[in-house]
Design a protein around this ligand. Structure first.
Ligand code: KG4
Ligand code: ZN
Length: 346
């Protein structure tokens, strides 16, 4: 058998990602080329993702990005053996673009197509890093839409240990940041502002830290941030939020918010490791790019002799590489039904 070439297309939200992954007959899949277009600038004016604009932009970007990855890999479309796409979850119109393009390419080439669960893409993305994990491990999946702890015993062998009962961790970052007048998506902005603040300046709850299970809740944290802003008289006051004299206090609030989210994520991850008896944890999803989270989790794990793995920084947020990789790993483990009709779940 020859090395197979897998094209991956991601379009579930506000990034169009396309990538090529090579799957050799033996050994690990390898990232050949990848290209990404982020719509962040386009959505920033609205303070969040506008689904209709997202879909339309995916349509504009996906074919040029596909050409780009083929060119970088010095491949022709006909060299692609399998076309993988994000089948969900995500914005319906946005997903349709990726699924539609994948379907058209696969059909015209006479090649099979494979729908990939977006979260499986995130979950497996650390396998593209220089320090890939080994099964089994605990996975902390922290994105803008999901916050889950999972036991992962192999490709397709995922057991949900706990998840958020309301907002996701990324959502907590984004919504708190929005209240503080920071641009969308707030996570990275809040995290940057927090570098200049004191994490103990504002009292914020650590929701469900002692709930006795592995679930999370972040909605109350956002409400507490709002309450602090009301007390300061800055809620929905753009001039007050932008006032240079208020930036130190805002940095303190950002630092306190980040510390609360990170503390819960780290402690619950440790609890999941303890509950499963596993000695390895993998962090995936956009919030996995957070520096404080990486620092604190590394520290806690080093002390306990636990290995931590992350995706490469640029593969933490949505991308096509993780979709092509997940498809490759499914194929490799004999778990890909290529005769299936295109699947699509919103
Ligand atoms: O995985 P992702 O790209 O999209 C989803 O599948 O949701 O994650 C995006 C989320 C956003 O909420 C964003 O604010 C957050 O990841 N994020 C961060 C950082 N970078 C991205 N949150 C905190 N600190 C960061 N450095
Ligand atoms: Zn994602």
């Amino acid at each position: 058998p020859d090395t197979r070439l897998i094209l991956g297309v991601e379009s579930s939200c506000d990034e169009t990602g396309v990538a090529l992954v090579a799957l050799p007959p033996e050994g690990a899949p390898r990232l050949v080329s990848h290209a990404l277009h982020s719509q962040i600038d386009m959505h920033q004016a609205y303070g969040g993702v506008v689904p209709e604009l997202a879909s339309r932009d995916h349509i504009r970007r996906v074919v040029p990005l596909t050409r780009q990855v083929l060119q970088e890999a010095q491949c022709a479309m006909a060299d692609v053996d399998v076309v993988a796409y994000t089948r969900g979850p995500g914005l319906a119109g946005a997903l349709l673009v990726g699924a539609g393009v994948a379907c058209a390419l696969a059909t015209s080439l006479g090649r099979p197509m494979l729908g990939v669960h977006h979260l499986e893409g995130h979950l497996l993305s650390p396998f593209l890093s220089v320090d890939p994990p080994e099964f089994p491990f605990v996975a902390l999946l922290v994105s803008g839409g999901h916050t889950q702890l999972m036991r992962v015993d192999g490709v397709g062998r995922y057991e949900l240990l706990g998840e958020t009962v309301d907002d996701a961790a990324g959502e907590a970052f984004d919504k708190s940041a929005k209240l503080m007048g920071l641009p969308y998506p707030g996570g990275p902005h809040l995290s940057r502002l927090a570098e200049q603040g004191r994490a103990d300046a504002f009292a914020l709850p650590r929701p469900m830290l002692h709930s006795g299970n592995l679930d999370f809740s972040f909605a109350g944290l956002k409400t507490a941030v709002r309450t602090h802003l009301v007390r300061l008289g800055w809620l929905d006051q753009p001039a007050a939020l932008a006032d240079p004299a208020h930036q130190a206090a805002l940095a303190d609030l950002a630092a306190s918010t980040q510390a609360a989210i990170v503390e819960v994520l780290v402690k619950k991850s440790l609890a999941a490791l303890k509950a499963t008896g596993l000695r390895r944890v993998v962090v995936a999803g956009g919030v996995g790019a957070n520096r404080l989270l990486r620092e604190q989790l590394n520290q806690a794990c080093v002390r306990r002799g636990i290995r931590v793995h992350y995706p490469e920084l640029h593969l933490c947020t949505d991308n096509g590489a993780m979709i092509a990789l997940a498809a490759a790993m499914r194929l490799q483990s004999g778990q890909a039904d290529l005769s299936r009709e295109p699947v699509f779940d919103v």
